[in-house]
Design a protein around this ligand. Structure first.
Ligand SMILES: NC(=O)C1=CN([C@@H]2O[C@H](COP(=O)(O)OP(=O)(O)OC[C@H]3O[C@@H](n4cnc5c(N)ncnc54)[C@H](O)[C@@H]3O)[C@@H](O)[C@H]2O)C=CC1
Ligand SMILES: O=C([O-])CC(=O)C(=O)O
Length: 329
């Protein structure tokens, strides 16, 4: 293992997601056992003490793939030379809050971080945004990083994608590995549209296998879309280990490629495909390869799906207008 380490920057590293995410990255879950990783961890100043404790634990794991750790509260320093930036740091919502409530509180973080990435990251930088409201935070960071190609930014809807696969597997008795071509459209919010009309279970159309439109509309879609709130209700704090796992899945597939005859859901900048307004960061079915993605084309969208996609992208347009109003983009 003599390769140059991949520099992975993680923000909000002392938070709950960070506590799961860092150990998985350090142990090779993202780049495999033969690629050393340097972690570059950003936190706000008051959390640096706690972050030092996390670094002590990372040291204590003696991970063969962990080549070094740098911590700090200055984004310019931490993003210096980063090849991958996972922007997790943001205030999570608590009971009773909707994601919209976080727009102002968290949006401001992403202007500064977008600029710092623009000025300091490596030329091959890829940026994944997990911190909520993830799509609009990614839009803010992208807009504030004019020198970084727009397709290098994505927001996390892989957790929703994984949740949708899990729910469909439970309903049909299929194994999660039999389920392919799941799609999350739109915003990582309660308006998202988990779509099984193009999904397959062991090669058969998933909606036909289920054969129950009422379950799709009244059970599956709301369960997936409101899963984050259900976890907050049950746990008293928002999903963390599953969010970290999805953050890894998303980055790994982006960099190493999606599986043959399958696709993944990623929120990426719209080129107008499927009527999603150009420039919004919206979730699509995408295939990936070597750090690039392509929106899957040619899927038939019926009236039911059209209405759902339009509702979620209308919410994204409203969020974009709100952050424009706040001067963040
Ligand atoms: N997209 C998705 O699927 C999911 C997103 N999330 C979101 O991820 C974010 C993080 O969640 P948790 O780790 O549970 O929250 P947390 O509150 O445990 O940790 C957040 C950390 O971010 C840090 N932070 C705040 N401002 C920062 C800044 N300017 N720079 C660097 N670090 C900063 C805080 O000090 C804190 O340690 C939240 O916005 C949450 O809503 C959570 C679950 C799923
Ligand atoms: O719902 C929340 O606030 C946390 C989150 O994004 C999720 O679990 O999907």
């Amino acid at each position: 293992m003599s390769k140059t380490p991949v520099k992975v920057a993680v923000t909000g590293a002392a938070g709950q997601i960070g506590y799961s995410l860092l150990f998985r990255i350090a142990s090779g879950a993202l780049f495999g056992p033969d690629t050393p990783v340097e972690l570059r961890l950003l936190e706000i100043t008051p959390a640096l003490g706690a972050l030092e404790g996390v670094v002590m634990e990372l040291d204590d794991c003696a991970f063969p793939t962990l080549a070094g750790v740098e911590i700090g509260d200055d984004a310019n320093t931490i993003f210096d030379g980063a090849n991958l930036a996972l922007l997790v740091g943001a205030r999570p919502r608590t009971k009773g809050m909707e994601r919209g409530d976080l727009l102002e509180a968290n949006g401001a973080i992403f202007t500064g971080q977008g600029k710092a990435l623009n000025d300091n990251a490596a030329d091959d930088i890829r940026i994944g945004v997990t911190g909520n409201p993830a799509n609009t935070n990614a839009l803010i960071a992208m807009t504030n990083a004019p020198d970084i190609p727009r397709e290098r930014f994505s927001a996390l809807t892989r957790l929703d994608h994984n949740r949708a696969i899990s729910q469909l597997a439970a309903k049909t008795g299929a194994s999660v590995t039999d389920i392919t071509k799941m799609t999350i459209w739109g915003n990582h919010s309660a308006t998202q549209y988990p779509d099984i009309f193009h999904a397959e279970i062991a090669g058969k159309n998933a909606a036909e296998v289920v054969g129950d439109q009422s379950w799709i509309e009244n059970d599956f879609i709301p369960t997936v879309a409101k899963r984050g709130a259900a976890i907050i209700e049950a746990r008293g704090s928002s999903s963390a280990a599953s969010a970290a796992s999805a953050t890894i899945d998303a980055a790994r597939d982006w960099l190493t490629g999606s599986k043959k005859d399958d696709w993944v859901s990623m929120a990426v900048v719209s080129d107008g495909s499927y009527g999603v307004p150009e420039g919004l960061i919206s979730s699509f079915p995408v295939t990936t390869s070597g750090g690039s993605w392509e929106i899957v084309q040619g899927l038939e969208i019926d009236d039911f799906s059209r209405t759902k996609i339009d509702a979620s992208t209308a919410e994204l347009a409203e969020e974009r207008d709100a952050v424009k109003e706040l001067g963040l983009i």
